[in-house]
Write a protein that binds this ligand. Structure first.
Ligand SMILES: [Mg+2]
Length: 201
């Protein structure tokens, strides 16, 4: 029986859609694709997620590596907060789940500065019984250790737990540890997926 519901943050509870953001500043789709590959999918970005580099240092490194994109890099790193908007249809489920007796957790790759920002901005964080944020413990999903860290820290039985994430590799890793999973995509109806696992919602 499900007792624990574990949420990813990015693109499950809080939007992170860099391509939509960049489209405000350039209509050049190739340029956006390249930007995403060079910046968001870079090793430096993983260091941000892992909490071993600051946003300021990453911004400076990216400008040195891609001077031709200085302007767009500055816009991106000076306005990243604007991308972090709530996914209300999912956030609205949290109170309901909590009052139905479920314990709620966050397991997310998240840059420290961004986590501090969303925690201040959205009042749902007090509903959670526990949080594991990659930037705080220097481990990132889909590494097995971060899932084990969560299970041990909060003494969770994996078989009583469901993990919701938009990234397939993270879902697969959770499944290997016997955690039940929901692969969340933009059109997923989270309420009905939870009901399939007999969660009262
Ligand atoms: Mg995500």
């Amino acid at each position: 029986m499900i007792k624990n519901i574990i949420f990813d943050l990015g693109n499950v509870l809080i939007n992170f859609k860099p391509e939509q953001f960049l489209l405000r500043y350039t209509k050049d789709k190739n340029r956006i694709t390249k930007f995403i590959s060079n910046i968001i999918q870079s090793d430096t970005w993983l260091k941000l997620d892992r909490g071993i580099m600051s946003i300021k240092n990453a911004r400076d490194d990216f400008i040195s590596a891609y001077p031709e994109e200085t302007e767009l890099i500055k816009i991106f790193f000076d306005h990243w907060q604007e991308m972090l908007t709530p996914i209300s249809k999912n956030m609205n489920l949290l109170k309901e789940l909590k009052s139905n007796g479920y314990r709620l957790y966050i397991l997310s790759n998240y840059i420290i500065e961004a986590y501090e920002y969303v925690k201040e901005r959205y009042n749902v964080f007090s509903l959670f019984d526990g949080l594991v944020i990659s930037g705080k413990i220097n481990i990132i999903k889909p590494e097995r250790e971060i899932f084990q860290f969560l299970l041990q820290k909060y003494n969770l039985n994996p078989e009583d737990s469901v993990f919701i994430d938009d990234i397939k590799q993270c879902i697969d890793q959770a499944g290997k540890l016997k955690i039940k999973t929901i692969h969340y995509l933009p059109n997923t109806d989270l309420r009905s997926e939870l009901r399939k696992l007999e969660v009262k919602i």
